[in-house]
Structure formats: C-alpha cells, structure tokens
Write a protein that binds this ligand. Structure first.
Ligand SMILES: [Zn+2]
Length: 232
C-alpha cells in the first residue's frame, strides 16, 4: 500500500490483527502498520500522519545502513572491531591471533581454519571487554559481579535470566564500547527489575543516561554486523 508523507510516496505493509492499539514498525524491511480488526481507515491514516516526521527519519536512517559484510577469513577482508574497521591479515604459521594497528593478524597452521581461530579470538576479546563493564555497573547498584556468559545472537544483544545470569552476544565485540555499555547497563538493571517498567528504565537512566540514543543506534548497528561464513 502507499501513503503520501510530506510529499513523498511511501510504500508500506498493512495488517489487521486481534489487538487493541495501532502500531508502526520500521526496520530493514521498511514500514509496517498493524491495526485492530475494526479500526476505521481515517483513524489509521491520522495515526500514521501524526508520526510522519518520525517515520521519514527512521526510514532514511535505515536506507543509509549498508548491507552486512561477509567475512570468510581471508586476507584483505574488513571487519569492525570495537567500532573501528580492522583489516584481516591471514598467514601460515603457529596458531596466533592479534590486533595490531588497524589489522587483525590471524596465523593458522595448515589444518586449522583461519575463520575458526578468528571467531574464537573475537569471543575471548568480547568476554575480556564485557566482564569488567558488567562488574562495574553491578557495583554502581551495590551488587556483586553477576555470572556472565556469551551468546551467539545477531539481533538480541543481551538477556538476563531469572537466576541472575547475564548473557551477552559476543558480536558486541564489533561495536563501539560506549554503545556496548548500554547493553551491559540494561541487563544489569534487570538484576534488580525483571521487567521493562518505569522503575526499570529509571534504573537504566541512572546507569546510562544516553540510553535512548544508544538503543536506536544499536538497532541500526545490528544490521551491519559481519556475517561469518566458513565454507569456501
Ligand atoms: Zn530488557
């Protein structure tokens, strides 16, 4: 379907659902509008128009997001490391991975796959950088450092279990530490509030005042994470 917003013709997907409220979603797939089964058309249009500026701003932000790079583990490929691009330099030799002046050097014996060594190293780096941040934010709330585990998720950056274990995606290693901090602060706040209530967000704001902006930027960043593809 099409709607004109601020003189631009915008394509969107529309669905009626068993729900009470109208909702708008914008992601890599574009604009999506969901409405209650009996919502009158003029109400739906008014709702969308009311959010015109926000919709156009988000659509433009998504349009600027580049496609995710594919990393096979060969020399010359680029991957983001803590928010800055790093160029892969793959060599033969005894097992070794290290970062050096904008490069990640992967030294692999003949039988090892460089990509496997790289991913294992990225996970180690992720844990090394995230563990002290987790302890730091827990400390601000007067809590001991929680148990920390890594996940493989691409879109869910973190999760906090009922048992108080925080699981963070190792892919946060690609992201600027300042942004990764938001994910850590968010999950640490769940140690106190296991919900997304007002009290929870107040706690997040105390730990990480710029959380709104960080949350938005992380959403866009998720779409640019490299895809690690082994078979070649
Ligand atoms: Zn949450």
């Amino acid at each position: 379907m099409l709607i004109e917003l601020d003189g631009r013709l915008i394509e969107y997907r529309f669905a009626r659902r068993r729900r009470r409220t109208l909702s708008i979603t914008i992601d890599a797939a574009g604009l999506r509008v969901s409405a209650p089964l009996r919502a009158p058309w003029r109400e739906i249009e008014a709702f969308v128009r009311d959010k015109e500026r926000w919709i156009l701003k988000k659509l433009d932000a998504w349009a600027r997001v580049p496609h995710p790079p594919v990393v096979h583990g060969v020399s010359g490929e680029t991957l983001p490391l803590f928010g800055a691009p790093a160029v892969l330099d793959v060599r033969a030799g005894r097992r070794l991975v290290e970062a050096h002046e904008g490069r990640v050097i992967v030294q692999a014996p003949a039988r090892a796959r460089p990509l496997d060594l790289l991913v294992r190293w990225l996970k180690e780096r992720a844990l090394q950088s995230l563990a002290p941040r987790t302890a730091h934010y827990a400390g601000v709330l007067g809590l001991p450092a929680p148990r920390l585990a890594l996940s493989n998720a691409r879109t869910q950056w973190g999760v906090c279990t009922e048992g108080g274990i925080i699981r963070l995606s190792w892919r946060l290693v690609h992201v600027e530490p300042r942004l990764a901090d938001y994910v850590v602060a968010h999950e640490v706040a769940h140690l106190v509030e296991m919900n997304h209530s007002r009290r929870f967000w107040a706690l997040v704001a105390r730990l990480y005042p710029g959380w709104r902006e960080a949350r938005e930027r992380l959403e866009l960043t998720a779409a640019t994470l490299p895809v690690m593809k082994g078979n070649r």
